[in-house]
Each structure stands twice: as C-alpha cells, then as structure tokens.
Ligand binder design. Structure first.
Ligand SMILES: [Zn+2]
Length: 213
C-alpha cells in the first residue's frame, strides 16, 4: 500500500498527461502573440526555447523525490543530541498563483534522535520543494514534514522569509514586502527553550510570536 503510494508520487507528481516539449514551445509562442508581439521577429525567435529551458530548471523539483534524497543518506548516530541548524538557505521558487518568482531564504533545524543527515541534504530538500509551483506556507510545511517523516527526530523547525514578486511587481505593488512563515514540530513547538535556541541561531530571537503554519 505504502509502496504503491510512493511509486505513484514518483511517477506523476505533476500531471498524468504531461505535454511534450514541442507543445511547450508552441505555448510560449502563443503567449508572445497574445502579449501583442511577433514570435517570428529576430529578437524573439529563440525566446520560446530559452523560456522552456528556464522552466526545465525552475520546475526540476517535480522530477525529484525528496523522500528518496533523505532516505538514502541518513546515518545512525548514537549520543548526538544537540540541535542541527542550517540557516540562510537561499532559494528561488515560483508562486503557484501567478508563476512569478518567490525569492527568499529558509532556516531549517532539527533535534536528532539517532539519525542525522548530511547538512547539504537540508539545502537539497529546500531546493526540491522550491523548484515547483509553490505557496510559501505549503513549502514550509512540506520541508518540515518530510524531515520529520524520514529522520524521525525529536523535533523540526522551519522558518522561511521571502519576497513575492507577484506583490512587488504587479497588483498591489508593495516593494520590500516580506512574508515570514514557520513550522515548529515536536520539541520546537512544545519546549520554549528549544524554540528560543533555534530562533537565536537564525538571528530571530525577538520573533517570539512567529506564525505556526
Ligand atoms: Zn502570486
């Protein structure tokens, strides 16, 4: 049952009837024409290909299973019971409402219980979820819950601060607006001193009332 579910997730995290590259190129040409320009003029001829290549990079997270990345690499260690924190993990994502960039940084911490994972894997985890269409709150929860599920630590803390270009370049046009989301699980939620220690490490010791997503 569980294997079937994870196989399904791996096979089609996006859509079952994924269009091919030619259709994607044609879609970009359509958008250029719809915007009022000519996709055949010199400066735009190569644009659909560039856009599609950019999208392959922006959305490469759909082809990667974060569970697998973590599961392959954790190590069992006895006796290490201090908090592990990686802060200022820069990421670029795209908002699922407007498909424009969300740029920010994530701070990820956990309190291990026998299992630890190489610190670079925390950055990889952030990157895999960032390279999908996202809502910041959802991404915060996904990172925290995946870590909790795989490593089974005593607690997980994730704080994300980001600027949304859909707010700064269109619509309400509010430059400099940042959104902060957080998810505290286990010891980070239940034990104020653990939470304080984490917030101090990430330089947010004053943020006693972070929203818990
Ligand atoms: Zn948006």
């Amino acid at each position: 049952m569980k294997a079937a579910a994870s196989r399904k997730r791996k096979a089609s995290p996006s859509t079952p009837d994924r269009p091919d590259r030619t259709e994607a190129l044609e879609a970009v040409r359509t958008l250029i024409r719809w915007a009022g320009d000519d996709p055949d003029r010199e400066g735009l001829v190569e644009t659909p290909d560039r856009v599609v290549r950019s999208y392959e990079e922006f959305f490469s997270g759909y082809g990667q299973d974060p569970t697998e990345v973590l599961a392959k690499t954790f190590a069992e260690v006895d006796g290490y019971d201090e908090m592990i924190v990686m802060n200022d993990i820069r990421f670029e994502s795209h908002c699922e409402h407007h498909m424009v960039p969300i740029i920010g940084k994530a701070h990820v911490g956990y309190l291990p219980d026998k299992r630890v994972v190489g610190i670079s894997k925390l950055a990889r985890l952030v990157e895999i979820y960032a390279r999908r269409l996202q809502v910041q709150e959802k991404m915060t929860v996904q990172i925290a819950d995946t870590l909790q599920e795989i490593l089974r630590p005593k607690g997980v803390a994730v704080v994300i601060e980001a600027a949304h270009q859909c707010m700064t370049t269109r619509g309400v046009h509010k430059p400099g607006v940042g959104l902060i989301t957080s998810r505290m699980v286990g010891a980070f939620r239940d034990d104020p001193s653990t939470r304080r220690e984490f917030l101090a490490v990430i330089g947010r010791s004053n943020a006693g009332t972070l929203p818990n997503t």
